[in-house]
Design a protein around this ligand. Structure first.
Ligand code: 0GY
Length: 294
């Protein structure tokens, strides 16, 4: 299909940084294959197939051992592609689903059996038609034990989401730091607002991920090697070392205009987590606690 987009690098560099044994890529996706797992009729983008073989080959290339596959919006609430990828991983992948809030307890248990450990609430208007907070809270109260909620929003709606986030009855993981403007620096208003969110609950986690999105040249950022991202985000990892997890975001949905090199993304890790201890927490201890403890 000619209108299907490719948003990932054809030949990522081998990173200079070597992740510790057992490192987890805790934010990645699969697309299709569409012939087997069609996209949602509500999908806002139609990517080329990026299935588990490609994902796991890249993981080997980058020096990672495990993956957390986050259901991408183009697959809507049909988690079959994500579950299929987990099933093909020999126990090295777990997942985060997107569900219809009316999902039954039996269906939730089936997702748990399939390796799902959380559900994602997406508030990006360019990706989803609606985000019903009341229904989200209702389903969050019925999740299997040890699950969490992953939430994706941009910094401009953080203030209006605060009471909703406060009411989520399970741990919360924020995608891509809630997309602050990193050019404001570590002490800029949007990073300060995000710190205030982290300080409001001890079970709010974050992903210091996607320098390619947060520091994109097209938005006035510094671009690869993402210096503004590194200086704004490193203090946060330092100050909240037990609440962060890291991921590539491969296959980088919607990044076709500024496709990041995954090897370069991995080489950001020591710039935001400069000690071996921080790296082990970010890449192994923290994601293992969230995804492989049950
Ligand atoms: C990401 C970011 C994006 C897309 C999705 O589910 C998705 O489609 O998450 C985005 O376009 O910002 O985390 O992959």
């Amino acid at each position: 299909m000619s209108d299907r987009i490719v948003s990932w690098h054809p030949a990522p560099a081998k990173p200079t940084y070597k992740p510790p044994p057992g490192a987890v890529d805790a934010h990645c996706h699969v697309f299709g294959p569409a012939a087997k797992f069609p996209f949602s009729p509500k999908a806002k983008y139609h990517p080329e197939d990026a299935g588990p073989e490609k994902l796991f080959a890249l993981r080997d290339h980058l020096g990672f051992a495990r993956s957390v596959i986050v259901q991408a919006s183009c697959h809507g609430t049909d988690n079959s592609a994500t579950l299929d990828a987990i099933a093909r991983s020999n126990g090295t992948a777990r997942g985060v689903a997107v569900v219809n809030p009316a999902i039954s307890a039996t269906e939730l248990e089936a997702l748990h059996e399939g390796g799902i450990r959380g559900i994602r609430f997406n508030f990006l208007k360019r990706l989803v038609d609606d985000a019903p907070k009341d229904k989200f809270l209702e389903v969050a109260a019925r999740l299997p034990s040890s699950w969490h909620v992953v939430i994706y929003f941009e910094a401009d709606i953080l203030a209006e989401l605060r009471s909703f986030i406060a009411a989520i009855p399970v741990p919360v993981v924020v995608d891509h730091l809630g997309r602050p403007d990193v050019s404001q620096g570590a002490d800029g208003p949007e990073m300060r607002a995000f710190r205030s969110l982290l300080d409001s609950r001890e079970d709010i986690w974050f992903k210091p991920t996607c320098p390619d999105r947060l520091d994109a040249r097209k938005n006035g950022g510094t671009g690869d090697p993402w210096d503004a991202f590194a200086s704004a985000v490193a203090p946060l990892v330092q100050d909240y070392p037990d609440r962060c997890i890291w991921g590539t975001d491969w296959p980088h949905p919607n990044m076709q205009d500024e496709i990041p090199d995954d090897g370069h993304l991995v080489d950001m890790i020591p710039r935001i987590a400069p000690t071996e201890l921080l790296q082990r927490k970010l890449l192994v201890d923290n994601p293992m606690r969230l995804y492989w403890s049950a």
